[in-house]
Write a protein that binds this ligand. Structure first.
Ligand SMILES: Cc1cc2nc3c(=O)[nH]c(=O)nc-3n(C[C@H](O)[C@H](O)[C@H](O)COP(=O)(O)OP(=O)(O)OC[C@H]3O[C@@H](n4cnc5c(N)ncnc54)[C@H](O)[C@@H]3O)c2cc1C
Ligand code: SF4
Length: 315
C-alpha cells in the first residue's frame, strides 16, 4: 500500500444528529446532498419482520430508516434493476452497501450496459454479516412473543460509540444485552464466503468507503469523544467531489491510512474450529443454550444487564 495514502476522521458538527447514526453520520451528510439535488438513495433498512432489506429512497424520511448498522445480510430485492432505471433516466444515484453488494451492482450495470456517470457508490468496512437465523432466535428470545417496538443493533445512545450492546424495546420496555454481539464477534455465525472475502483490503470497489474510526482515541485524542467518529476513504474523483460538497457540516481531520488500519482492511478472519458444531446447534437449540454453550460465562453479563434495564423501566 502507498504509505502516503490519506484517510479522514469525520464527525458531524451537530452532536444531536450524530446520535442517530452508527458512527460520524457521513452517510447522512452525503445522502442529504444527493436527495437535495433531486437524486435517489439506496440502502439497508430493518423491516417490520426484523429482516434487513435494501430499499430505494427519494425522501429523507425513508433515508433515515437506513441509518444504523444491521449486522445481518441485507436482501437486495429489486434494487439493482431500479437503480439501472434511475440511471437510465439521468437521475443521480447514491448506492450504499457492503463491498460485495457494490461490486455485484457494478457488474450488473456493466452487463446491462447502463451509463454510470451519475452513480455514486459508498461501501462499508465490513467485518462480516451474521446468520439471520441467529438474529431471529435472539429477537424471539428477548421478545417472548410480545410486541417489539424497535431494535438497535448497537445502542450508542445508552452505552456510547465504543461499546457494542443491542437494545430491543419490547412493549415499551428497553432490554439491552450483548448476547448477539458476543456471538457476532466470536466469528462463529458468519457464512463461509465471508471468511474468503475479496474485499478485506484497502483496494476498495466504491467511490467512498466508510467505517468506524477505531484507534482514533490514541491517534488523535482531542478529536475522540465516544459519540461516533467515522473513518472515510475517498477512492475516486467522484468520491472526492461528493465529500467536499458536503464538508461544511462536518469536522474533518486528515490522517495516513497506514496509521488507521483495522483487521477488515487487512485480512480475512480464520474459521473457528467449532463453527460446524455451532451451526448444528443453531439449527437445534434456542438462543440461551447457544450462548451458554459457545460463549464463556454468558449468563453473568446477560442477565445482569437485562435486570438493570428492567429496574430502570419499573422506576
Ligand atoms: C455488517 C456490517 C459490518 C461492519 N463492520 C465494520 C467493521 O468491521 N469496521 C468498521 O469500521 N465499520 C464496520 N461497519 C460500518 C459501521 O458500523 C457503520 O455502518 C459505518 O461507519 C457508517 O456509519 P454512518 O454513521 O456514516 O452511517 P449510518 O447513518 O449509521 O448509516 C448506515 C449505513 O450502513 C448501511 N447498512 C447498514 N446495515 C447494512 C447491511 N446489513 N448491509 C448493507 N448495508 C448496510 C446503510 O445502508 C447506510 O448506508 C460495518 C457495518 C455493517 C452493516
Ligand atoms: S465480509 Fe465480504 S463477503 Fe461478507 S458481507 Fe462483508 S463484503 Fe460481503
Amino acid at each position: 500500500m502507498n504509505s502516503n495514502r490519506k484517510c479522514y476522521a469525520v464527525k458531524n458538527k451537530n452532536e444531536n444528529i450524530r446520535a442517530e447514526s452508527r458512527s460520524g453520520r457521513v452517510f447522512t451528510a452525503i445522502s442529504d446532498w444527493v436527495l437535495d439535488n433531486g437524486g435517489v438513495v439506496y440502502g439497508c433498512v430493518m423491516s417490520d419482520a426484523y429482516t434487513a432489506e435494501h430499499i430505494r429512497a427519494v425522501t429523507k424520511i425513508d433515508r433515515n430508516r437506513m441509518r444504523g448498522s444491521k449486522y445481518i445480510p441485507s436482501h437486495i430485492n429489486n434494487c439493482y434493476s431500479l437503480c439501472a432505471e434511475d440511471l437510465s433516466t439521468g437521475r443521480q444515484v447514491l448506492f450504499s452497501g457492503t463491498p460485495c453488494q457494490i461490486d455485484a451492482l457494478k457488474n450488473f450495470l456493466s452487463v446491462k450496459k447502463v451509463d454510470t456517470t451519475n452513480l455514486l457508490t459508498m461501501d462499508l468496512i465490513c467485518h462480516s454479516v451474521a446468520s439471520p437465523k441467529l438474529w431471529r432466535k435472539y429477537v424471539d428470545h428477548l421478545s417472548q412473543g410480545k410486541r417489539i417496538d424497535c431494535v438497535d443493533f448497537r445502542d450508542k445512545k445508552n452505552f456510547g460509540w465504543v461499546a457494542h450492546k443491542e437494545t430491543i424495546v419490547v412493549e415499551g420496555v428497553e432490554i439491552s444485552s450483548n448476547g448477539f454481539s458476543d456471538i457476532y464477534y466470536s466469528d462463529l455465525a458468519y457464512p463461509l464466503h465471508c471468511f474468503k472475502c475479496y474485499y478485506k483490503n484497502c483496494n476498495r470497489v466504491s467511490d467512498i468507503t466508510i467505517g468506524d474510526y477505531w484507534g482514533i482515541d490514541k491517534l488523535d485524542p482531542e478529536f475522540f469523544d465516544n459519540k461516533g467518529i467515522s473513518l472515510v476513504m475517498l477512492n475516486s474523483e467522484k468520491g472526492e467531489d461528493a465529500f467536499s460538497a458536503c464538508s461544511k457540516e462536518l469536522e474533518i481531520r486528515e490522517h495516513y491510512l497506514i496509521d488507521s488500519l483495522q483487521p477488515p482492511l487487512v485480512h480475512n478472519y480464520v474459521i473457528p474450529k467449532n463453527r460446524t458444531r455451532f451451526y448444528k446447534s443453531l439449527n437445534r437449540d434456542n438462543f440461551d443454550i447457544l450462548l451458554k454453550k459457545f460463549i464463556k460465562r454468558p449468563e453473568l453479563i446477560y442477565t445482569k444487564i437485562i435486570s438493570i434495564a428492567l429496574k430502570i423501566v419499573k422506576r
